[in-house]
Design a protein around this ligand. Sequence first.
Ligand code: GLY
Ligand code: MN
Ligand code: MN
Length: 446
Amino acid sequence: MSMYDRVTSALGERPEGISHSEMRKRQHDFCSEMATGAVAIITNNPVSIRSRDTHHRHRFNSYLHYLTGWHGEDGVAAFYHNGDNWMCRLYVQPRDIEKETWTGRRPGLEGALANWPVDETVSRDDLRENLSQLLDNVEDIYHIKSLDGEVDEIVELALHEEPKDPRPILDELRVVKSAGEIALMQYSADLAAHAHVEAMRQCEVGMGEWHMQSVIEGCFLYHQSEWAYPSIVGSGDNATILHYNENTDVMKDGELVLIDAGCEVDGYASDITRTFPANGKFTEAQRAIYELVLKAQLAGIDACQAGSPWSAMHHATSHVLAQGLIDLGILDCSFEEALGEDYNGLYRQFFMHGTGHFLGLDVHDVGGGRQGDNKPERVLSPGMVLTIEPGLYFGAWREDVEIDSKWAGIGVRIEDDVLITESGPVVLTAKCPKEITEIEALVGSK
Ligand code: GLY
Ligand code: MN
Ligand code: MN
């Protein structure tokens, strides 16, 4: 059986996308938070050049997709009040056989009206005139600047002051996931989990980091998905560079390999990190660090309880890591010094990032900044999805901190996606093994 078929048979049915009625409810909940005379404009992400006349693959704007499901490069939505009702007007490119012959089919005005949850469609060619009319004498304009230059200009001319930001309203809606969203996120988590399993299975000393990337991203693509962020495959010292994604080194005997890769399903991201020995057997030092990170991660997951502040999981992982670094003799100080007053003590030399982030239509989803930054502190509630991803990094290349040769070159991160429920945390990525015995049995077992 090919690895792709193995993943297919392990996956359940792909869930239906978000229904039009759910998107209508989102529109209603969003508009209800605005004054009756307001107009909100939600633009798309810009197209960006990759090379001369070749573009980077376009990714829809998450807010636009959340409200309308629109996924094309064009598309600007305007919400306004008409009589007793809020209306959703979508500006789209009109049909044009000559242009479509080159750049692909367009739904056009009729197709967009028939197949998307919107009330009316207007040609993007008429945007300037039509939107200017809609904004005439409107005082409350909601608009996210700097995505669509033409809309920025129209709003500036209409308003002569800063528009209101719709994101605080939308973020509160997006941070709690519906049953339909959770089903998509579970599928996204399952696909990423099985892709990681295949990478571990295929791994051999002497293969390239890029080979692991191709296994993982091949599994995504084969299942009509794509990466949610550039895949990180770091072996040896590369595992200690947090955003390493060159993936150009050969994996050597005795090295750990850290893979941080996740996919997108109907826009919903998964985000998984696993760390394993390239030769399938942890050394004593690698095992000690791995066990400590795993213990911290399990404590972090346990702290993901409805009603708790979302920084509770960061505090839980930090306590375990600070004490563990002392126990291993890596830090020679008191627990208070290791942890620090504001969780910024000596343990941060080896754990530089936050323990997690919200997850959804964006991999670093709306709903929380860096842990501790958002005041008042967000409280976890059922339907929220977060990552829990503690790590320890002992880069041999670092000059800012002394690292005993026993630990040099070890980088470990373990990352899962967790759904908050009334009855405790549910690990959406549970199909990706993380116990040492499971990993040692899996690596190289193809
Ligand atoms: N892969 C990005 C992150 O873990 O936050
Ligand atoms: Mn993450
Ligand atoms: Mn990640």
